[in-house]
Design a protein. Structure first.
Length: 55
């Protein structure tokens, strides 16, 4: 157990990043930090554009 590094593929890291962004957005919504549905729609649109740009 000398090697403590995690070796992950770029696809795995991209998926992890996407899931973390979704989780962060969900937490903000649940905590009431997202002011309105319009703000939520804007945030989701930004995430969607970022996802398409990564492909």
């Amino acid at each position: 157990m000398d090697n403590l590094f995690i070796h992950a593929s770029p696809e795995f890291l991209n998926q992890l990043d996407w899931q973390l962004r979704r989780l962060s957005l969900l937490i903000e919504v649940l905590e009431g930090l997202a002011a309105s549905q319009r703000d939520l729609h804007g945030a989701l649109s930004m995430l969607l554009r970022a996802a398409y740009m990564r492909r």
